[in-house]
Ligand binder design. Structure first.
Ligand SMILES: NS(=O)(=O)c1ccc(C(=O)NCc2cccc(O)c2)cc1
Ligand SMILES: [Zn+2]
Length: 261
């Protein structure tokens, strides 16, 4: 597949310049998932998702993506099953995307890049008392990754896209209530799972990744709305929020398991 645009670390958004400092990681993310090297695990259960749309709180621009935050003070929006030993609470979801449709996702499948990738971030309320604590716990977090591909208009996503002009600049926020992120899930239950890390600092190795095999379709206008966001605050010289993905990391001594043959 097409390699990513060559990028000089110096051009990277300040966030990833610290990238060069992280050393000694043995389970970093994202990775290229080689389909033929993944191992079917018959013990993997179907993933069970129960999101309560009223737990949706607001959308904000945090300077490297736009993020939708949820009320995680109770077990109202949870996932369970799959590779998980207990339930995990939804904390937020966000996206990573490219300047053009040729790249943008963080994970790849057989070196195939998608124009964008959705991350639904969950934490373990059984072993941690807060998200902040879970970030430091081994397997404290579960992130579901969903690839976005160019295709039909996505009606569910459009509600999100319509709110983006209100969070154009870094550190802006807008109320966003009653949204069910299940509408962003592909209907196909198939996924890969592996042990990895956050893909932005602090890059902690606390994430059980669940990557859905089947992408969802969004249209060109929707992707272009993502690219209208800014990394920069109001009043600063404008820098478009694009290419907010981390480079691929070495698989090292890890096996990717699949839920499907
Ligand atoms: N791209 S990712 O899904 O791996 C990802 C998910 C969550 C976060 C995140 O929550 N970062 C903010 C943060 C960092 C340290 C402590 C905190 O409480 C929050 C970063 C990356
Ligand atoms: Zn992410």
């Amino acid at each position: 597949g097409l390699q990513r645009a060559p990028c000089r670390y110096a051009d990277l958004h300040p966030l990833w310049q610290s990238e060069l400092s992280v050393s000694g990681g043995t389970r970093q993310s994202p990775i290229n998932i080689q389909w033929r090297d993944s191992v079917y695990d018959p013990h993997l259960k179907p993933l069970k998702i129960h999101y309560d749309p009223t737990t949706c709180l607001y959308i904000w621009n945090n300077g490297y993506s736009f993020q939708v935050e949820f009320d995680d003070s109770a077990d109202k929006s949870v996932i369970m099953g799959g590779p998980l030993e207990n339930h995990y609470r939804l904390k937020q979801f966000h996206f990573h995307w490219g300047a053009i449709n040729e790249w943008g996702s963080e994970h790849m499948v057989d070196s195939k890049v998608y124009p964008a990738e959705l991350h639904l971030v969950h934490w373990n309320p059984v072993t941690s008392t807060s998200f902040e604590e879970a970030i430091m716990e081994n397997n404290g977090l579960v992130v579901i990754g969903v690839f976005l591909k160019l295709g039909a208009h996505h009606a569910g996503l459009q509600k999100l896209v319509d709110a983006l002009p209100a969070v154009k600049h870094k550190d802006t926020i807008v109320e966003f209530d009653v949204f069910d992120p299940s509408c962003l899930m592909p209907s196909c239950p198939d996924y890969w799972t592996y042990d990895g890390s956050l893909t932005t600092p602090p890059l902690t190795e606390s994430v059980t990744w669940i990557i859905k095999k089947t992408p969802i379709e969004v249209d060109q206008n929707q992707l272009e709305e993502f690219r209208m966001l800014l990394f920069t605050s109001a009043g600063e010289e404008e820098k478009r929020m694009v290419d907010n993905f981390r480079p691929l990391q070495p698989l090292m001594n890890r096996t990717v398991r699949s839920s499907f043959r």
